[in-house]
Ligand binder design. Structure first.
Ligand SMILES: O=c1ccn([C@H]2C[C@H](O)[C@@H](COP(=O)(O)OP(=O)(O)OP(=O)(O)O)O2)c(=O)[nH]1
Length: 149
């Protein structure tokens, strides 16, 4: 268990905070903090940064991934363009969701709609150690389908 400190911006007033929908959920749904009066439409092929109205602070050693929701992807072709988006532990700006409409129809985003999910995960930072040559392995440079179908 880790704690995510969350600060609500004025445009997220009244919206539920991200929460796990079931006891086994890996992601907490992120909601669109667009204005009630504003009908935000994603035209086919269009991408937009959608505000969540939330700023978060992760504990050191944790990142958060902004991932698409499968229902939106399957029903409407709407997904996160940069999936998974990375929220760094030292980022203090508003969490944004880069949505793209790969569907054939315009997609309306309403205030409070669940548009993506946030998965909190531990990460490790690595040191790059430059060497003259790497050790040999059975795979070698084989990749990109080298083992067959
Ligand atoms: O889907 C996303 C992806 C990123 N971010 C925020 C949090 C993250 O910590 C910051 C930077 O993201 P990233 O490292 O992916 O962006 P960059 O294009 O490399 O920009 P920068 O130079 O600011 O690191 O932007 C989001 O709010 N949503």
């Amino acid at each position: 268990m880790t704690t995510v400190r969350v600060e609500r911006l004025p445009h997220a007033e009244g919206l539920p905070l991200p929460a796990y929908e079931t006891t086994g959920s890996a992601g907490m749904d992120l909601r669109a903090a667009v204005a009630e009066v504003e009908t935000l439409v994603l035209e086919p092929g269009q991408r937009r940064l959608i505000p969540t109205g939330l700023k978060i602070a992760l504990e050191p050693g944790y990142e958060a991934q902004v991932r698409p929701r499968s229902g939106l992807a399957l029903k409407h072709g709407v997904t996160c363009l940069n999936a998974p988006g990375t929220i760094d532990s030292d980022y203090r700006g508003e969490v944004g969701v880069i949505l793209i409409n790969h569907g054939e129809l315009p997609f309306e985003i309403r205030r409070g709609e669940r548009i993506a999910q946030l998965v909190v995960a531990p990460y490790t930072q690595a040191v790059m150690a430059e060497v003259e040559a790497l050790d040999e392995t059975a795979r070698g440079a084989g990749g990109f389908g080298s083992t067959g179908k």
